[in-house]
Design a protein around this ligand. Structure first.
Ligand SMILES: [Zn+2]
Length: 314
């Protein structure tokens, strides 16, 4: 697998776009006893906590007994679900629970950030990509039960990758959205710029970031965002890496932004502080981990990848 090692990248299933539009095939997979379901409650996936943290997949029979014991089969039209992909011939689905269920002693619904950090504590793993995609698809479906064009009801299509308005005369199709965010390491020689946002814990610093605006290029968004937040002019912008960020559904676009000026003029509506940090200082922060007075983002964040990538460059 080719991966840039950002947590939430490296989705390992075959999304099978050519199959998920086939409703008959999907219906069979939903009722197939070999299919696997990943349950979510409030955006938190159900995890098996007995040994190494891993998804607590369920079969359709187990789902039937969990959902409603009085009903023989599940009415798939009444719940949020999404087809995640195939591993060989085995289909994987994400399923959102509207009600509380009784979990087994070795199972627990776990916050996705916490689960991803635990799973990747000893190195990269593709499981958070699976957990993240399921969360994004379920949350998008959950917010699109009604058409944003006419207010009519929508129904799920393409395994949860389209919602189609069923009102006569409308029929609008809606697609899962991804919100692009530029996150930039501002660089000037041997220094990089780190900011501390309003409400952040004391001494915590990270790369600057902001949502892209309609009609902007990545380069334009980077230059605008940096100038707005710290008053620094940016010249060259170099794309480095990206990261899916399922909170709720962003794509973090990581760049190196080369500063033309160095004077910091803080936008106090966005930041409480911004500082230049030298490479040597950054190495000390990473080496001392939590015992250093300054804190940088944990490995779950692309900002950390950008910092470590910058340190590799001479
Ligand atoms: Zn409509």
């Amino acid at each position: 697998m080719i991966t840039d090692n950002c947590i939430f990248s490296g989705f390992s299933l075959n999304p099978s776009d050519h199959l998920r539009g086939n409703e008959a095939w999907l219906s069979e997979r939903l009722e197939d006893h070999t299919s696997r379901f990943l349950l979510y409650s409030g955006g938190r996936p159900l995890m098996d906590i007995s040994d190494n943290l891993r998804p607590a997949y369920k079969t359709v029979d187990q789902i039937n007994s969990i959902m409603d014991q009085d009903v023989a089969t599940i009415d798939w039209a009444t719940i949020d679900w999404a087809f995640m992909g195939l591993d060989g011939d085995v289909a994987f689905f994400a399923l959102g629970l509207a009600q509380k269920i009784a979990t087994l002693p070795h199972e627990k619904f776990i916050d996705l950030r916490s689960a991803a950090l635990q799973i990747c504590a000893d190195g990269f793993d593709s499981i958070p990509a699976l957990l993240g995609r399921g969360k994004m698809l379920l949350e998008w479906n959950g917010r699109r039960h009604f058409c944003s064009c006419c207010g009519g009801m929508t129904k799920v299509q393409n395994g949860g990758y389209i919602r189609k308005c069923i009102r006569d005369g409308c029929g609008a199709e809606h697609f899962p959205r991804t919100d692009p965010v530029v996150i930039m390491l501002v660089i000037c020689g041997d220094q990089c710029l780190m900011g501390r946002g309003i409400g952040w814990p004391e001494r915590n610093y990270s790369a600057l970031a902001g949502f892209m605006e309609p009609g902007e290029t990545i380069e334009e968004a980077t230059r605008r965002e940096v100038f707005e937040e710290v008053g620094i002019k940016i010249g060259d912008v170099h794309y480095k890496m990206s990261q899916p960020w399922p909170f709720p559904s962003s794509l973090m676009i990581g760049v190196f932004a080369h500063a033309l000026t160095t004077e910091i003029i803080l936008d106090e509506n966005e930041l409480v502080d911004a500082i230049w940090i030298e490479k040597q200082q950054l190495r000390e922060i990473i080496a001392k981990n939590q015992s250093h007075p300054l804190k940088i983002p944990p490995k779950i964040a692309i900002a950390r990848n950008l910092l470590e990538e910058w340190l590799k460059q001479d």
